[in-house]
Design a protein around this ligand. Structure first.
Ligand SMILES: *Cc1c(COP(=O)(O)O)cnc(C)c1O
Length: 383
């Protein structure tokens, strides 16, 4: 199969000879109406009805006890890690194969990542690799898990549901219980993805979702923290909104808070986008099925959802048989105006994380060298 035929195939799907981006936002609900209504009301900022509405919609959809909307996904992750008790000097286990925001959030709390390999099943954090790393390097105490080499706490495990494909959560939850570590899910990419019927981001102690412009739905910029209990939700809301103690006029704040509240204008956009989430999920699933059929006849392996899960297929991906073929595919498609991308460079290759402790990363390295993301915008497919 030649790469020219991949270009033709994608062009046929999107029915255009113009540039085809990787993922664009689609506005087919009442976005214009709700945003205009918000501007006309003058409540564009920190007060207004849409933030509560948006949080309620996310709660109803994901089944989380409480959702707390934030300015972006990185802020949601930062707040989730703070709420999970991550402190200065702690270690946090995560995957090297992730977007940099996962690590930035913990870095700015003074925590340090420990990089562990991903699973070939999910291309997200591998529970076996986490357990193997801990068995070699950690010990459990009443207060939590301690890194033997440094005597510093290993406070949290942060799996990331890569491209919307849920990680093996039952196994990961068992590992976290065994080692007395809190679980915070980076569900930035996985709104609409379910693990054994449960929404991603609701299985750990906290979850963080992103509504950046490239995600399945967008609020312009935005994120949300999914909290396990209403009590944790109330505290999360408190710290993300400057930790002000309610009073008619006095300013008293009982904790060092964040100003991470999602503006009402963005929440209005989010409410409209939630109306069309199901449609986009259906369209993206059909698109993924078309890719899957197409690549079944090739030596490129299309990345499918794990058997136990329902993925949102946020970004479609193929694994090439060689790194050389990956490079050729990237060049030919991008030269032809069909946008494709390699996966992120592994986190331990970045200057700020190069000295972080890490386990074996052979699976991550293989995926890094062989994976290509394909155009994935939701679209009405006619082929
Ligand atoms: C998009 C993304 C984030 C951050 O979301 P922002 O809203 O852009 O801050 C975090 N982690 C992962 C894996 C992401 O893909």
């Amino acid at each position: 199969m030649s790469q020219a035929t991949i270009v033709e195939f994608v062009r046929d799907i999107y029915q255009t000879s113009d540039f085809i981006p990787l993922h664009t936002p689609t506005f087919s609900g009442s976005e214009q109406q709700l945003v205009l209504e918000t501007i006309q009301s003058t409540f564009v900022s920190s007060v207004g009805k849409f933030v509560d509405k948006f949080e309620q919609k996310i709660e109803a959809y994901t089944g989380t006890a409480q959702a707390v909307a934030t300015v972006n996904g990185t802020a949601a992750l930062h707040a989730a890690l703070y709420m999970a008790g991550v402190k200065y000097g702690d270690f946090v286990i995560t995957q090297a194969l992730t977007f940099v925001a996962t690590c930035n959030a913990l870095y700015h709390m003074g925590a340090e990542p420990i990089f562990v390999d991903v699973s070939p099943v999910s291309i997200g954090l591998c529970p076996k690799a986490v357990d193997a790393y801990l068995t070699e390097h950690a010990q459990v105490s009443e207060t939590g898990c301690i890194h033997k080499g440094t005597q510093r706490p290993i406070r949290a495990v942060v799996p990331m549901h890569t491209f919307g494909h849920p990680v093996e959560m039952d196994e990961l939850i068992s590992v976290c219980k065994k080692w007395n570590i809190v679980l915070v899910e980076d569900a930035a990419e996985s709104l609409g993805s379910f693990y054994k019927g449960k929404h991603t981001g609701t299985l750990g102690n906290f979850g963080a979702v992103s509504f950046n412009g490239n995600k399945i739905i967008t609020t312009g910029g935005g994120g949300i923290v999914l909290c396990k209990t209403a009590e944790l939700g109330a505290h999360t809301k408190h710290v993300t909104t400057t930790a002000k103690v309610p009073h008619p006029y006095e300013f008293y704040h009982d904790e060092a808070g964040f100003n991470y509240r999602m503006p009402n204008l963005n929440a209005a956009l989010g409410c409209a986008q939630m109306e069309v989430l199901e449609l986009y999920l259906t369209q993206k699933r059909i698109l993924a099925e078309h890719y899957q059929d197409y690549f079944a006849r090739s030596d490129l392996q299309f990345v499918v959802e794990p058997k136990y899960a329902q993925s949102n297929y946020w970004l479609n991906a193929v694994i090439c048989p060689s790194a050389k073929m990956r490079d050729e595919l990237l060049k030919q498609t991008n030269d032809a105006g069909v946008m494709t991308r390699p996966i992120w460079q592994l986190m331990h290759r970045l200057p700020m994380f190069k000295d972080a402790p890490r386990g074996d990363l052979s699976q991550s390295e293989y995926i890094e060298a062989h994976l290509v993301n394909l155009p994935s915008s939701p679209i009405e497919i006619t082929v």
